[in-house]
Design a protein around this ligand. Structure first.
Ligand SMILES: Cc1cc2nc3c(=O)[nH]c(=O)nc-3n(C[C@H](O)[C@H](O)[C@H](O)COP(=O)(O)O)c2cc1C
Length: 350
């Protein structure tokens, strides 16, 4: 992330989530309504839990933007956790407020609880839950929205679609699959695809393994909580070379392809075709019907800790993936074309 850099911070029930982004070219239009609409998209989707009813995320910009345009200086984004008012004491930074209220000690299978508690030497598993929770993806979506605003200036746009929920591959059956899981106190995962259009040729590189855009895309999508598989283009398993590879042709004097099985990446570089990235999300690990676990205090059998939870979050996860892919594209564009201002970037990309 050398050219479009940022850090995020914030706990699930802490005061707020924050990001400081560095590298946004001066002059990019920063439309707060657009950032908020992306935050809203992340909160939607059939199967989301009650928290989405409490929280209606909006962003506050506290630096780097003046009169709707990026200044080229670091941009700070803040998304408040509205639920914090109920958690002020529990999440207090002061040692005087120490409480065991909301502490828990039964590991939740499928979560960071066990490994996190061992690694960070924590007794109260809340100290792991608070940051490992997917709540942090809200601020990531806000950063992604800024990246999308840069992409918009240069004519690049992305979208996503859910392609599978549980075992159902057709949208008519998605809600039924989620309802059934809910009725059973269970959860479901699924698959989605993200497509970005109008991508220039040559983002990423074949010259060294760590410069391939495919590797960068895989990393940002795989590290979304609950993602367990990432594909670029069509899954080639079982296909012959003649079925999978995209042949060249000339149309209206332009070089183009007869298909896009490769998903817009060959040799670690974008090839000018649509960028197509799919990912598989595992079923949500917190369930009304809790799994067997161990109480870390007693080492005795116990039911996994339950905290209000989504039954399915594949639609939201797709929005997070759109955001993360936008970061990669902006970074690669800035690596290739440089640019301190958006006008300079546009002139270099012609
Ligand atoms: C948008 C989104 C919402 C999520 N919501 C929940 C949830 O409500 N309950 C839950 O147990 N896990 C939820 N997860 C998944 C967990 O955060 C994730 O499985 C967990 O942190 C362990 O990480 P891992 O699955 O990558 O190993 C969500 C993930 C995403 C991307």
């Amino acid at each position: 992330m050398e050219k479009f850099r940022f850090l995020t911070s914030g706990e699930s029930h802490g005061k707020s989530l924050t990001a400081i982004i560095e590298g946004v070219p001066a002059g990019v239009g920063i439309d707060i309504d657009f950032i908020n609409s992306e935050l809203h998209r992340r909160q939607q989707g059939y199967g989301r839990g009650d928290r989405m009813k409490i929280e209606s995320d909006t962003v506050e910009i506290t630096s780097g933007v003046r009169f709707g345009k990026a200044l080229g200086s670091p941009i700070t984004l803040v998304v408040k956790n509205r639920d914090f008012e109920n958690w002020q004491k529990i999440m207090s930074v002061s040692p005087n407020d120490r409480t065991d209220d909301k502490a828990f000690s039964v590991y939740r299978p499928g979560h960071a609880d066990y490994a996190g508690a061992v690694k960070y030497n924590q007794e109260d598993l809340r100290n792991i839950l608070e940051r490992s929770s997917a709540r942090k993806t809200a601020i990531e979506v806000a950063v992604g929205a800024v990246a999308k605003l840069i992409l918009k200036e240069i004519g690049i746009s992305g979208s996503s679609e859910v392609t599978q929920i549980g075992s159902a591959c057709c949208p008519d059956k998605f809600h039924k699959e989620i309802d059934l899981a809910k009725e059973n106190g269970d959860s479901v995962g699924g698959k989605f695809v993200v497509v970005y259009k109008n991508i220039p040729v040559g983002l990423g590189s074949h010259v060294h393994w760590d410069r391939g855009i495919d590797g960068r895309l895989a990393q940002v999508v795989m590290s979304i909580p609950a993602i367990k598989a990432v594909e670029i283009g069509d899954n080639p398993l079982g296909l012959c070379g003649s079925e999978y590879h995209d042949e060249f042709e000339i149309k209206d004097g332009e070089i183009c392809r007869t298909s896009n099985h490769a998903g817009g990446v060959e040799g670690g570089m974008t090839n000018g075709q649509d960028l197509v990235v799919s990912a598989v999300m595992k079923p949500i690990p917190t369930m009304m019907k809790p799994l067997e676990s161990i109480d870390s205090k007693t080492n005795e059998k116990a039911k996994a800790h339950y905290e209000r939870s989504d039954v399915c979050a594949v639609e939201s996860c797709a929005v997070v993936a759109e955001a993360r892919i936008a970061w990669v594209l902006v970074n690669e564009i800035l690596l290739k074309y440089g640019s301190d201002s958006i006008d300079e970037l546009k002139s270099r990309m012609i």
